[in-house]
Design a binder for this molecule. Structure first.
Ligand code: NAD
Ligand code: ZN
Length: 356
């Protein structure tokens, strides 16, 4: 417990696009909570957005908040009502604290809880601090063999898992994944584990696709925004290497142009699985999709994913998930970590902040 003497450094974002670190008091532990020493935290693209543009859709940074929602750590203290966890347990933190009382929560779709408090998303403070109190129900034990860095990937992997579960690709089903950021790549790992094949991954940037090939996905396509529907389909078919077109397109950019390419790439009757969140309103080629009976399925965060994803990662089912981590910084250098993540020339996939 010597660690408690270290400063509880937290990373704040302001409404006028600044980030800063400031020491917080050591948190008090509510009866249903645990205090966690945060050992690893990934930076999410959404956090760069809150920093640089102050908002995502209707969700605005109206006052200074602590960021962070991709974390793991070790339990330092447990609340009076907590039975399932002990001091010293190693856990991955599920950041969406839903109310557990509304219809959506009762029906198990707790990712749709209107009262959810999501760590590091306004107005809730997040996990990017050395010590944080979090409800025990949303802390999940990890095996001794799993590193804290890996355990901090359970969050983005859960986004991917939820999307793949909603599309349920089957063995040998051809898919395309649009966008080779951390979410697209996590989706590729989950879709491959589900049996999807061949898997084509698209991006606008060749150097990103080179990284993807190094991760073992060798069917990549650099999208050219000037391609029309027939050209896009022809290029995709070429990369598929067989005479097939994708039956599922996982859209992981949120860009209108990519949603269009995804629709163009799909076989008639295929499914567009939305993951990407771009502008609040986007024009889609609905009529041509209608004439081709292209389905649209949306996906929002995750529910009931942590235990499964922890198991899949521990058993090696998803493959080398740690390959997503390209940069690691100590807590004291969190600002540098953010700058690295925001600088596209650094070729960061997942940037993590770690503490001993
Ligand atoms: P990212 O910005 O790191 O990666 C996006 C990638 O897409 C980049 O490599 C970019 O070069 C590429 N790209 C952009 N436009 C393209 C186009 N027209 N065609 C092909 N590639 C293109 O983002 P990320 O962190 O991987 O997240 C991906 C998306 O998922 C974001 O929109 C994010 O908001 C969203 N997201 C959704 C959920 C959810 O619950 N649905 C959760 C987390 C993230
Ligand atoms: Zn609820």
């Amino acid at each position: 417990r010597d660690v408690i003497t270290k400063p509880n450094l937290a990373l704040w974002v302001t409404r006028d696009h600044k980030i800063y670190q400031k020491e917080e008091p050591y948190p008090s532990c509510g009866p249903d909570e645990c205090v966690v020493h945060v050992k690893a935290t990934g930076i999410c693209g959404s956090e760069i957005h809150f920093w640089k543009s102050g908002r995502i859709g209707d969700c605005c940074v109206t006052h200074d908040i602590i960021l962070g929602h991709e974390s793991s750590g070790q339990i330092l203290e447990i609340g009076a009502n907590v039975k399932e966890l002990q001091v010293g347990d190693r856990v991955s933190i599920e950041p969406g604290v839903s109310c557990w009382e509304c219809d959506m929560c009762i029906r198990g779709r707790y990712n749709l809880c209107p009262k959810v408090k999501f760590s590091g998303t306004p107005p809730s403070d997040g996990t990017m601090r050395r010590f944080v109190a979090h409800p025990a129900r949303f802390l999940h034990k990890i095996p001794d063999t799993m590193s804290f860095a890996t355990a901090a990937l359970i969050e983005p992997l859960s986004v991917a898992y939820n999307a793949v579960r909603r599309a349920s690709p089957y063995l040998g089903q051809p898919v395309v994944i649009c966008g080779a950021g951390p979410i697209g790549l996590a989706t590729a790992l989950c879709a491959r584990a589900a049996g999807a094949s061949p898997i084509v991954i698209t991006d606008l940037e060749q150097n990103r696709l080179d990284q993807v090939e190094a991760m073992g996905f060798n069917r990549t396509l650099k999208i050219d925004l000037s391609w029309d529907r027939l050209t896009t389909a022809a290029k995709i078919r070429e990369v598929m290497g067989t005479d097939c077109l994708p039956q599922i397109a996982f859209e992981a950019t949120g860009a209108a142009s990519s949603i269009n390419s995804a629709c163009y790439a799909l076989e008639d009757g295929g499914t567009l699985l939305q993951i990407g969140c771009g502008k609040p309103e986007i024009e889609i080629p609905l009529m041509s999709m209608g004439f081709r009976e292209v389905n649209i399925i949306t996906s929002f965060r995750y529910q009931q994913s942590w235990p499964v994803v922890i198991r899949l990662v521990a058993e090696g089912v998803l493959g080398d998930v740690d390959g997503l981590i390209t940069h690691t910084f100590p807590v004291e250098q969190t600002i540098d970590a953010f700058e690295t993540c925001a600088d596209r020339s650094k070729l960061a996939i997942k940037v993590q902040i770690v503490d001993e």
